[in-house]
Design a binder for this molecule. Sequence first.
Ligand SMILES: Nc1ncnc2c1ncn2[C@@H]1O[C@H](COP(=O)(O)OP(=O)(O)OP(=O)(O)O)[C@@H](O)[C@H]1O
Ligand SMILES: [Mg+2]
Length: 282
Amino acid sequence: MAIESGFAHKNGAGGRLEGRRPYYTPVGNEDTVFKAAYRQGLSIVLKGPTGCGKTRFVEAVAHDLDRPLITVACHDDLTTADLVGRYLLKGDETVWVDGPLTRAVREGAICYLDEVVEARQDTTVVLHPLADHRRQLPIERLGVTLDAAPGFGLVVSYNPGYQSVLKDLKDSTRQRMVAIEFGFPAPEVEVGIVAHEAGVDERTAAELVRFGQAIRRLETGGLREVASTRVLIAAARLIAEGLPVAVAAQVAVAGPLTDDIAVARGLNELIEVYLGETAAND
Ligand SMILES: Nc1ncnc2c1ncn2[C@@H]1O[C@H](COP(=O)(O)OP(=O)(O)OP(=O)(O)O)[C@@H](O)[C@H]1O
Ligand SMILES: [Mg+2]
């Protein structure tokens, strides 16, 4: 089954979204590009490494645009029926239940398909008429084709570093989308994000960001993924709990990044170089 989460903010009277804007600091021109594409009814693909802020960005933009957000985490067992809907038995009746994509199409919500390349191509093909100028969703089982309600937006994301060529998106799907590339924020921006998210002071955040940057400069060095903003925030949260900096970096950054003993040793050396003195002072 698709894991699905509604927008955290409730629809209030008059359909406006209530609640504060999810905290998001722009990293480049993603906000302007996204909103221009959305206004033009173009679909959008967000590309970038894990933990660089794609999901948070979509939440913030959906809030700005005052649209509900429907998120689907894609996986290789995801079927078209999981997206579109299916007949279910309720008592002695069979009733049609809309899937998340159909609900978004009917409600004019933003539908966010996370890690879309995990889904099989025969599943994602249902996106084609929605992703181009037709903005339609054919529902074979019901024998109807829905026109997307105004406000509907299709956004997908994936991490280009992960998957094999085999799992790459079909060209016909890719070419229906505007691509926004995400990278990690500039150091001064990332310091602000880490400090805000973890509630640590800027000096602590800056030390972690310097350490994260050193890992990112390793040119892979046996790592499949480098240290993301997410893992730096996790380390900062542990520091906020009173853990020594070096321990926090070990368990929240080095540990999650690798199982390889030699690579782990290399990361631990970096911890000593970049955070050792602080650890000794704790
Ligand atoms: N630009 C940013 N502004 C605010 N917070 C950010 C930003 N970038 C990253 N974060 C923080 O990093 C965390 C991880 O980001 P997020 O979950 O959006 O990553 P993602 O790119 O969706 O990762 P994945 O590909 O693993 O789903 C967020 O919960 C948020 O705390
Ligand atoms: Mg995400």
